[in-house]
Design a protein around this ligand. Structure first.
Ligand code: GDP
Length: 296
């Protein structure tokens, strides 16, 4: 996802680190190129401005310019600021609540919500040895509940039996009750998506939230949609109070702008990255590792 940004930045920093001494204007010129690279990567303008201001303030100091390896010091400053922009620390899914712990999955249609639901369930079941129940609350798309049932069969994760004619709220309550009675540790609620943000969608998800008191509200976003993903996240967060985001299609050729802007714009951590269509194609989002990837 960060390939072209990474290539551009390595061009900028190769020049910088090859030189011995640096002047203020060398650093300023490098910062202009960093700025252009970030804008080209579709990073939100406010985030770019804040990022370059911070790097500049730290880099154009006598301490850096007089050091033996000023170029490397600038790269280190950029690395630290990237980590900060990405959220500083990994933010794993939090299950510290009394079971059954509800995870509410929200997002637009096609963002990868149902696939991510199955991936999380698969991981919690197989890696963390949790007893997991999945339930689809999508009564709009006729095949949605069936899709999750099939995914449950394929991943070996239990799904809530489908009862025709029930609405999302009824299904959510039934899922919580089934999870309680069945001794489940976690129940993952896959809500309906829409092609666009609308009030009906928000109301529906908010009602489910109020009825189930989820410990995590994860918003699934397609990283290929760049700034649209960031705007979607802002809208969902202000209405629902999300606990974190999941960026899917990180295996695609997105420019990285969504990942780099998301934390700063929403204030909520990116928790996971979807990196493919398979169950195990799910990575914890670790700012330090991601910054390392960007800087090569
Ligand atoms: P939903 O409408 O949000 O529930 O979206 P789905 O979960 O049905 O996913 C839509 C499509 O995106 C499916 O073909 C998935 O296999 C695919 N998909 C989901 N996550 C990823 C990902 O991280 N990488 C790739 N390459 N494809 C993904």
């Amino acid at each position: 996802m960060f390939q072209s940004l990474s290539d551009r930045l390595s061009g900028v920093f190769d020049k910088l680190t090859k030189r011995g001494a640096l002047t203020e204007s060398d650093v300023a010129e490098a910062m202009r190129e960093v700025r252009r690279s970030l804008i080209e990567a579709d990073v939100a303008l406010d985030v770019v401005r804040d990022f370059t201001d911070r790097v500049r303030a730290k880099a154009i100091g006598q301490e850096v310019l007089r050091s033996v390896t000023p170029g490397h010091m600038v790269v280190k400053i950029v690395n630290d600021e990237l980590i900060r922009t990405l959220g500083s620390e990994a933010a794993p899914i939090d299950l510290h609540a009394s079971p059954p712990v509800a995870i509410l999955m929200a997002g637009l249609q096609g963002s990868g919500k149902t696939t991510t639901t199955a991936k999380i369930a698969w991981r919690l079941t197989n890696r963390d040895k949790k007893k997991v129940l999945m339930a689809s609350l999508d009564t709009r798309r006729p095949a949605a509940q069936e899709q999750l049932r099939v995914l449950g069969e394929q991943t070996g994760v239990a799904t809530l039996p489908i009862v025709a004619g029930q609405g999302p709220l009824q299904i959510a309550k039934r899922a919580m009750e089934a999870a309680r009675l069945g001794g489940y540790d976690v129940v993952i609620l896959d809500t309906a998506g829409r092609t666009t943000l609308d009030e009906e969608l928000m109301t529906e998800v908010a009602e489910v939230r109020d009825a189930t008191q989820p410990h995590e509200i994860l918003l699934v976003l397609d990283s290929l949609t760049g700034q649209d993903a960031v705007n979607t996240a802002k809208a969902f967060d202000s209405r629902l109070g999300i606990t974190g985001t999941v960026l899917t299609r990180a295996d695609g050729d997105g420019r990285g702008g969504a990942a780099l802007s998301m934390r700063a714009v929403t204030g909520k951590p990116i928790k996971l990255l979807g990196t493919g269509e398979k169950w195990d194609a799910l990575e914890d989002f670790d700012p330090e590792r991601v910054a390392g990837r960007i800087l090569g």
